[in-house]
Design a binder for this molecule. Sequence first.
Ligand code: C2E
Ligand code: CA
Ligand code: CA
Ligand code: CA
Length: 281
Amino acid sequence: KRAKVSGRAEFYQVQDFAIARAQFGMETALRRAIEHRDLRLAYQPICDLATGRIVSFEALARWTDKDGHEHSPTEFIAVAEESGLIVPLGRWAIEEAAQTLARWDATNGGPCGVRLAVNLSAIQLQRDAIAPVLQAALDSTGLSGDRFTLELTESAIVSDPDRIAGTMHALKALGTNLAMDDFGTGYSNLAYLQKLPIDILKIDRSFVTGMLADRDKVSIVRAILSLAQALGMRTTAEGVETHELSQTLAALGCTYGQGYFYARPLEPDAAYAMINSITAM
Ligand code: C2E
Ligand code: CA
Ligand code: CA
Ligand code: CA
């Protein structure tokens, strides 16, 4: 029996139902993928713009179905956030990143010289105690906390400033670096910048890619760089896709660059093989 779609409201109800059903399907599949450890992390280098050296890798979640279909991280992270699965997914990401880094150190016969950056979602920060999760990963691998950067977004701060401040100080106490992800795209006031222990501002890709052809974007990037400098923070430009962008950002005083110009997110072995290379500057 088919529902007759007449009015606007009904149309939206049918639409919502279809979306809800699709999401529920994805949620079930994602839950299974987390349980069966079918997720992977891909590692994208972050380069020191002054020396061309790789200083860290950002760990990015990847999920490929049995039939070979790659899910978009933006989509499945959103589903994970809505369903609460972001808590086990986020824990897994920290544990998996730590195990990979420990393996790289073992292969290298000592600390391999790079940090790993792990993403923390605002919802995950509200619902889970991250510092103990990281502490457990450090205990089980023998790694020190200064080998990790944790990336969080402004939405985390807006949602619950006091709780987030506590979590950030606990993470700093473990020796980690803290990065403000997608900086410039949130709508919080800037007062939090001086109150919270933030080490790095990550300039969102939307300002970086294509900035050479857009004076306004250059102005925004310059403003973020001088703000960071005034506050004693380092900066990472996301979305560096060309050599020219890399050079311009270095000349503007940006600390680090990340983007397809250096490398796409890589499988662990390919990432490890890149560690001691000097990227084009
Ligand atoms: P993000 O944290 O801003 O990560 C950077 C995204 O930009 C990644 O997309 C990366 O592949 C992409 N990217 C890097 N360089 C370039 C470039 O030069 N050009 C372009 N066009 N894109 C570039 P990805 O891997 O699809 O991830 C999307 C988002 O999903 C991430 O954005 C992050 O918000 C979220 N995400 C991914 N993995 C995790 C995770 O383990 N936990 C959480 N909470 N979020 C994650
Ligand atoms: Ca990130
Ligand atoms: Ca980002
Ligand atoms: Ca982004």
